[in-house]
Design a protein around this ligand. Structure first.
Ligand code: URA
Length: 422
C-alpha cells in the first residue's frame, strides 16, 4: 500500500479498504505519513464522506492506537454521557453525581473547553483544591465507592485522535460528520464504559447548528457504539439559547449546586433528568432520578466526588471584581438570546481560551437575567458580564451586538428534547 494511492482513492470517491485505513492511520501516528498527507486525506473525507464500514474500521484503528480500559470489575454497571458542546452546558456537574447516586458507575473522562463552549474540567477547577488528575487505580476505586468520577483523560486514550484533531483544527476539516463521530466515539469507547448517552446539541450555539446535521451525527455515533459493543442512545437537545442562566466556570458550578439542591433553572433540570433517565434505562436501574435529586443524595455524591480529587466543596468560589449590565434595547418579550454570541462573550471575558495552553479565569462569564419568552423592560439588564480585566469588556460587548432580540410576539416554542435516536 502506498499513501498516494490511498489519497487518490478517497479523492476520487472510492471506499478505502481496511488495510488502507490501518496503513494511513498507523503511519500518521508513527510519523511515516506526513501531516500534509493526512490533511489532504481529511479534506477528501470532508467532500467524499465514508461508508459505514470504512468509518467502523477507522474508529477501531483510532481506538487501538491506545488502551481500551476494562471497568467490568468496579461492581456497578458503567454508563457515561457525552455532549457535543453547548453554551452554559454544565449538565455533567449534576448528571454524573445524580446517576452515581442512583447506583451506576459513571466514568467521565472529560476534556477542556476550546472556543465558545466551556469544558467540564475548567468548570470544576473553579473549586478550590480540585484536581483533574486521577490515576487508573484511583479511578477504579472511586467508581467502586463514590460511583461518579470526572477526571482528565490520560494520554493513552485514543492517542491518534489527539494529533488528528490538532491537524483538523488548523486545516478546516473539523466539520465532517465521520471525522467528528470517530473522534468522539473512539475516546468514549476507549474509556471502558459499557453504555453511553449522547447529548447532541442543535441550534445557534451548537457545533453543528442544523437539526438534520445533528441527527446525522447522532445516528452515526449510535451506529459506531453498536459496532463496538457499547449500548448507545442519543438525544437531540436545543442549544439556541444558553442552557440555564450561567456561562462561565465558577458561575456554572454555583448554578449546578442549585440544581443539586433541588432548585435551579427548569431547562437545565429538564435536560439533565431526560439524560439521567436514558442512562439508567441503558443499564437497567429503575431509580427515579427526580426523587434522588430531591432527596439530596446527588448533592452528597457531588461533595464526595469533589473531596476525592482534593477539592473543598464548602470553600467559597471565586467571584469577579466587576459586573457590567447589558440592558434590554426595548420593552417587550425577549424573542432571541443567541447562545453562540453569549458563549463568545463569556469566552472573551476570560472564561474560555483561544489556545489550548492558555489559562482560563474561574470567575469571568455571563449571567442571563432573562431568557427567551421572558418579558423585559427597556434599560433593565438582560445580561450581567462578570470580569476582572476591564480591557476585555469591549470585545465581549462587540460579540453581543446582535445577540438580543426584543419584540411583541413571544418566540415560537421549541421543545428542549427534539428527538431520540437509538
Ligand atoms: N469533539 C471531538 O472530540 N472531536 C471532534 O472531532 C469534534 C468535537
Amino acid at each position: 500500500t502506498d499513501v498516494l494511492e490511498v489519497l487518490r482513492a478517497k479523492r476520487d470517491g472510492r471506499a478505502l479498504t481496511d488495510e488502507q485505513i490501518r496503513f494511513v492511520l498507523d503511519g500518521f501516528t508513527a510519523g511515516t505519513v506526513a501531516d500534509e498527507q493526512m490533511a489532504a486525506l481529511c479534506m477528501a473525507i470532508v467532500f467524499q464522506g465514508m461508508s459505514p464500514h470504512e468509518l467502523s474500521t477507522w474508529t477501531r484503528v483510532m481506538l487501538e492506537s491506545g488502551t481500551r480500559l476494562d471497568l467490568g470489575d468496579v461492581g456497578r454497571p458503567t454508563v457515561d454521557k457525552h455532549s457535543t458542546g453547548g453554551v452554559g452546558d454544565k449538565v455533567s456537574l449534576v448528571l454524573v453525581p445524580l446517576v452515581a447516586a442512583c447506583g451506576a458507575a459513571v466514568p467521565q473522562l472529560a476534556g477542556r473547553g476550546l472556543g465558545h463552549t466551556g469544558g467540564t474540567l475548567d468548570k470544576l477547577e473553579a473549586i478550590p483544591g480540585w484536581s483533574p488528575h486521577l490515576d487508573l487505580a484511583d479511578l477504579r476505586e472511586a467508581l467502586a465507592t463514590v460511583g461518579g468520577v470526572i477526571c482528565g483523560a490520560g494520554d493513552d486514550l485514543a492517542p491518534a485522535d489527539r494529533r488528528l484533531y490538532a491537524l483538523r483544527d488548523v486545516t478546516a476539516t473539523v466539520e465532517a460528520i465521520p471525522l467528528i463521530a470517530s473522534s468522539i466515539m473512539s475516546k468514549k469507547i476507549a474509556s471502558g464504559t459499557s453504555a453511553l448517552v449522547l447529548d447532541v446539541k442543535v441550534g445557534a450555539g451548537a457545533f453543528l447548528p442544523e437539526v438534520d446535521r445533528g441527527r446525522e451525527l447522532a445516528e452515526t455515533m449510535v451506529g459506531l457504539g453498536r459496532d463496538h459493543g457499547v449500548r448507545t442512545v442519543a438525544l437531540l437537545t436545543d442549544m439556541d439559547a444558553p442552557l440555564g442562566r450561567a456561562c462561565g466556570n465558577a458561575l456554572e458550578v454555583t448554578e449546578s449546586l442549585e440544581v443539586l439542591q433541588g432548585g435551579g433553572p427548569d431547562d437545565l433540570r429538564t435536560v439533565t433528568l431526560a439524560l439521567a433517565e436514558e442512562m439508567l434505562a441503558l443499564v437497567g436501574l429503575d431509580a427515579d432520578p427526580a426523587e434522588v435529586l430531591a432527596s439530596g443524595r446527588a448533592l452528597d455524591t457531588f461533595d464526595a466526588m469533589v473531596r476525592r480529587q482534593g477539592g473543598d466543596p464548602d470553600a467559597p468560589l471565586p467571584t469577579s471584581s466587576e459586573v457590567v449590565e447589558v440592558p434590554a434595547p426595548a420593552t417587550g418579550t425577549l424573542r432571541r438570546l443567541d447562545a453562540r454570541a453569549v458563549g463568545e462573550a463569556a469566552w472573551r471575558l476570560g472564561a474560555g481560551r483561544a489556545r489550548k495552553e492558555h489559562p482560563v479565569s474561574a470567575s469571568a462569564g455571563v449571567v442571563c437575567r432573562a431568557k427567551p419568552g421572558d418579558a423585559v423592560t427597556e434599560g433593565d439588564a438582560v445580561l450581567e458580564l462578570h470580569l476582572d480585566d476591564p480591557d476585555r469588556l469591549e470585545g465581549a460587548l462587540a460579540a453581543l451586538e446582535t445577540a438580543i432580540e426584543v419584540g411583541d410576539a413571544p418566540p415560537t416554542p421549541r421543545p428542549l428534547v427534539l428527538d431520540r435516536i437509538a
